[in-house]
Design a protein around this ligand. Structure first.
Ligand code: AR6
Length: 178
């Protein structure tokens, strides 16, 4: 499945670029601790948002693995950017707990800001080396655990880079929500 509705919340998978999600209020950045431009998602988001983003986030850095902070969207089509530092696989432990904290803290920030539509990339699965299937399981299980407590969030989109990444997430979505 590519979409499921659970307790009134739509969870969907979409192939694309996290920096090009115009109909979403908050996009999540797979950030670095310094909240600066980087490769992958952090590169795409900072390039599209512009240098004012780095200026805003400078005073919030550094952040710890599992932590999330929120900024404005600047030149992105989104009102907010939620920056999460995922664990480096094999280094920051326990990695599943730290990755779950990213999703949980991001959803808490979304609720605090009354955000209805949020989009996540697959945090930690690029430069940080987290196996995608395991990461998807952590992401969906965390969403499932928090679902009943969400008052404002009604759409959670997972923006994935390739068809293969979508296929992995479809399997895990079926396993967790099916
Ligand atoms: N939109 C959606 N997904 C993307 C995009 C994009 N534009 N670009 C890459 N992905 P990564 P991490 C996928 O490396 O593992 C950075 O350099 C990618 O295929 O962005 O948390 C930061 O500065 C992968 O599946 O994040 C940090 O130092 C996933 O997004 C570090 O890398 C995450 O890949 C963070 O590493």
């Amino acid at each position: 499945m590519r979409e499921t509705k659970q307790s009134g919340i739509t969870i969907e998978l979409k192939r694309g670029d996290i920096a090009n999600q115009p109909e979403i209020a908050a996009v999540v950045n797979a950030a670095n601790a310094e909240l600066r431009i980087g490769g992958g998602v952090a590169g795409a988001i900072h390039r599209a948002a512009g240098p004012e983003l780095t200026e805003e986030t400078r005073s919030m850095a550094p952040i710890e693995p599992g932590e999330a902070v929120i900024s404005g969207g600047h030149n992105l089509p989104n009102e907010y950017i939620i920056h999460c530092l995922g664990p480096v696989y094999g280094e920051d432990k326990p990695e599943d707990k730290l990755l779950a904290n990213c999703y949980s803290n991001a959803l808490d920030l979304a609720e605090d800001h009354q955000i209805e539509r949020i989009a996540f990339p697959s945090i930690s699965t690029g430069a940080f080396g987290y196996p995608m299937k395991d990461a998807a399981r952590v992401a969906f299980q965390t969403v499932q655990e928090k679902m009943n407590g969400l008052e404002y969030v009604s759409l959670i989109r997972f923006v994935l880079w390739s068809e293969g990444d979508i296929a992995v997430h479809e399997d895990v979505m079926e396993e967790v929500f099916g």
